[in-house]
Write a protein that binds this ligand. Structure first.
Ligand code: NDP
Ligand code: 2IT
Length: 463
């Protein structure tokens, strides 16, 4: 088993390779954004892919498209004061990074986690710009959140924090300007509290947030969308090699929203899921996590808000490995669905040695750069987060469309559109990422996502 990480440290920095143009560009980014390691890491990966396109396109160079893309259009940072159940005043920080609105209103989730800081949210907002572009829908990129820790807090405390957060954020968002949603630590409960406070302050019932409850404008399949989409993307990748999900052994990390619905779809398609995790460690169940066990996990995580460790007490077929991640488990398919930099180079090597043929990233940037290089070097099917996990924001876009039309599409309709979007993202990755018989999905996703945003920026002048 590999050691758990804090999720905010490894990878990034300036140690990555690339051409001299890439290095020169990155030196400026690093100098201008000191200490924002995750942001450097995310930018580096994109710049490495798109630099040849930029070099070959004089207008991109002249108009300084890349230089503009790494500068957020706006960042709002604010105080989030609230009172805990003991009557004590707590002070958190709120941030919204409005990265790029060239192709639509800012769109992206809110993360509540103690590791949240400006650099983390800038990395997430930057990734979101290209991801949203890939979805084929009209959405710009943004991300926000707070260093608030929801774990161990009462519903009342979570509500008061959400209200304090929205008391400032409401001025900066709107259905045509910026439409937040959930991310780590922000699920249906938090979106409900945030929406209630927005509605009260703005005196407006609008589709200003996505991931809403079904009774007040939410879309069917939005809770499932990221996990289902990551599996649909894996299906697309596997099909290029005449393979399918059926009968495969899958390792999943995390046990939150993305991990749960990744597992649900994998089971439906006949795979055997053998792991889940949280920040306390990993459970490995060699008998497989079946539908009944998954329903138990959903109750544990979504209602009781307990720890994954309890799974091993409930099901004797499982073993709990404290403070460890699942990547030593022998698997055909890996679905990192917890957090950034959760697959280090050693993990990547172990996955490859154990015969893993496909990695589909439900989480954002879960693999460190050296790990990505190992996957690409081994020519396995490697779907980076901005392509593989785009299903979540895509269905958020569908929720916005339904809100605009006062409509409520049936489950089958949303699922069909989600499948179509994942198919088209895959096709676009193949179009821009094919190198002979191998598809480099990193290159494909980055270039396809970049070109649409860059062309929109060119058309709109220097703004
Ligand atoms: P949740 O909060 O529902 O679940 C997060 C899971 O990851 C929890 O099990 C959590 O454990 C675990 N985790 C968090 N940090 C660590 C860590 N350092 N080490 C080990 N486990 C950790 O979030 P989501 O499922 O929504 O998000 C998971 C990932 O997917 C994130 O990277 C997010 O950005 C990405 N994503 C989410 C989308 C969505 O629609 N929700 C869309 C696209 C991407 P614990 O409870 O112990 O903290
Ligand atoms: O990382 C992501 O794409 C999300 N957290 C979902 C964003 C959204 O607006 O649905």
């Amino acid at each position: 088993m590999s050691k758990a990480i804090s999720g905010d440290t490894c990878g990034g920095g300036t140690s990555q390779g690339g051409s001299s143009d890439v290095r020169a560009f990155m030196e400026q980014v690093v100098a201008k954004n000191p200490g924002q390691l995750e942001f450097h890491q995310a930018v580096w990966e994109v710049v490495e892919s798109v630099m040849p396109v930029v070099q070959a396109t004089p207008t991109y160079r002249k108009e300084k498209i890349l230089q503009r893309m790494v500068e957020p259009e706006r960042v709002v940072m604010f105080r989030v004061p609230w009172v805990d159940d003991q009557g004590e005043v707590q002070v958190n920080r709120g941030i919204r990074v409005e990265m790029n609105s060239a192709i639509g209103p800012y769109k992206g989730g809110l993360r509540f986690h103690p590791t949240v800081n400006l650099g983390v949210l800038k990395f997430l907002a930057f990734e979101q710009v290209f991801k949203n572009s890939l979805t084929t829908l009209s959405m710009g990129g943004g991300k926000g959140g707070s260093d608030f820790e929801p774990k161990g807090k009462s519903d009342g405390e979570v509500m008061r924090c959400c209200q304090a957060f929205m008391a400032e954020l409401f001025r900066h968002i709107g259905p045509d300007t910026d439409v937040p949603a959930g991310d780590m630590g922000v699920g249906r409960r938090e979106i409900g509290y945030l929406f209630g406070q927005y509605k009260k302050l703005a005196n407006r019932f609008s589709g200003v947030l996505t991931g809403k409850g079904m009774a007040f404008g939410g879309s069917l399949i939005r809770p499932e969308a990221t996990g289902y989409g990551a599996v649909y993307f894996a299906q697309e990748m596997l099909a290029t090699r005449g393979e399918s999900v059926e009968g495969k052994i899958a390792a999943v990390s995390g046990s939150g929203n993305v991990a749960q619905y990744t597992t649900e779809k994998l089971l439906e398609l006949g795979a055997k899921v053998v792991s889940l995790s949280d920040s306390g460690g990993t459970i490995v169940d060699n008998d497989g996590i079946d539908e009944e066990k998954l329903a138990w996990v959903m109750e544990l995580k979504n209602i009781r808000r307990g720890r994954i460790q309890e799974y091993a007490q409930q099901f004797k077929s499982a073993k709990f490995h404290p403070n460890e991640r699942p990547w030593d488990v022998k698997c055909d398919l890996a679905f990192p669905s917890a957090t950034q930099n959760e697959i280090d180079a050693r993990d990547a090597r172990t996955l490859l040695e154990n015969g893993c043929m496909c990695v589909s990233e439900g989480a954002n940037m879960p693999t460190v750069p050296d790990g990505v290089d190992l996957f690409l070097g081994a020519k396995i099917l490697y779907g980076p987060g901005k392509a593989a996990n785009a299903g979540g924001v895509a269905v958020s876009g569908l929720e916005m469309a339904q809100n605009r039309g006062f409509l409520h599409w049936p489950r089958e309709e949303v699922d069909r559109r989600l499948r179509e979007i994942m198919h088209s993202i895959h096709e676009n990755c193949v179009k821009y990422g094919r190198n002979g018989s191998f598809v480099n999905y990193v290159q494909g996703a980055n270039i396809a996502g970049f070109v649409k945003v860059a062309d929109a920026m060119l058309a709109q002048g220097i703004v």
